[in-house]
Write a protein that binds this ligand. Structure first.
Ligand code: BLA
Length: 242
């Protein structure tokens, strides 16, 4: 069901000079204990980015997932791209989250990087109901213009494809219009915030329980800490990083 979204992002990555890197075999493709689900992941090398990962989980009519996170190079403070698309078949519940995830909540930062997303969010507001977040805190690594859709497959599929295309295209533009000479954060601050992002995400991500039930605790732990959020394991020592 999410293959169109997957193909679109893959094509976009290729168009921007991306190529797939080697990853451990058990992260590339893994099957559930019962044989009813398969999860595949790709790690991309893309100019301007230190890490870009894509995950597709297919549990047929029970669950469909497409998830992607793009981390720009440490010398670039621009937001992290975050995509989480989920469809729970038994409840016909679609959850789609798209955001340019800000490293800081600061007006000047928002002015520099969020014009595009603001426009997309406006179109989205006109076509859907607004919903609130329950698990994540809205002011931590999410923007005020996060696109959060919840509804049936029929409802969400009416507007999501066009929003998704605009969302990806506008993010590439951000990378071309980089404010390199005029950044608010230095390279060490960006790195520290990427570590905080991974730590926060590993702690909050509701995916872990789901992975555990399909693929077992051992694989779920490794996938979360080694593939999804590898910098979450970095230990902080200095006061300012706490
Ligand atoms: C919600 N994400 C969820 C939920 C699940 C996942 C099970 C709860 C859905 C619900 O019942 O309402 C599952 N997350 C996954 C899976 C992967 C994953 C399977 O990462 C596989 C890799 N989540 C992200 C990223 C963003 C994100 C990058 O991984 C940012 C765009 C956001 N997911 C996000 C948000 C919610 C969510 C905001 C809603 C949670 C809430 O209501 O607070």
């Amino acid at each position: 069901m999410f293959n169109n979204f997957l193909e679109e992002i893959n094509q976009s990555l290729i168009d921007h000079g991306g190529h797939v890197l080697e990853t451990p075999k058990e992260f590339q493709e893994y099957h559930s204990i019962k044989g009813d689900a398969c999860i595949k992941s790709w790690l991309w090398h893309v100019p301007g980015f230190r890490r870009w990962r894509v995950t597709r989980m297919d549990a047929k009519d029970k669950l469909q997932v497409l998830n992607s996170v793009a981390y720009p190079n440490y010398d670039n403070e621009q937001p992290i791209l975050g995509i989480d698309l989920l469809w729970f078949g038994s409840r016909n519940k679609f959850v789609a989250v798209l955001d340019y995830q800000p490293l800081i909540q600061d007006k000047r930062y928002f002015d520099n990087y969020f014009e595009g997303l603001k426009g997309i969010h406006k179109t989205f507001q006109e076509s859907s109901n607004q919903v609130k977040m329950n698990i994540y805190e809205e002011d931590k690594f999410f923007s005020p213009w996060v696109i959060l859709c919840k509804g049936s497959l029929q409802e969400v599929s009416q507007y999501l494809p066009s929003i998704y295309t605009k969302f990806i295209n506008s993010y590439w533009k951000l990378n071309c219009d980089r404010y390199l000479s005029d950044q608010l954060l230095n390279i060490q601050e960006v790195e520290m915030l990427h570590i905080k992002y991974d730590t926060y995400s590993a702690e909050k991500d509701p995916a872990h329980g789901l992975f555990k039930s399909y693929f077992g605790i051992e694989w779920a732990d490794r996938f979360l800490y080694e593939f999804l959020f590898p910098r979450s394991r970095d230990v902080f020592s200095s006061e300012e990083n706490k």
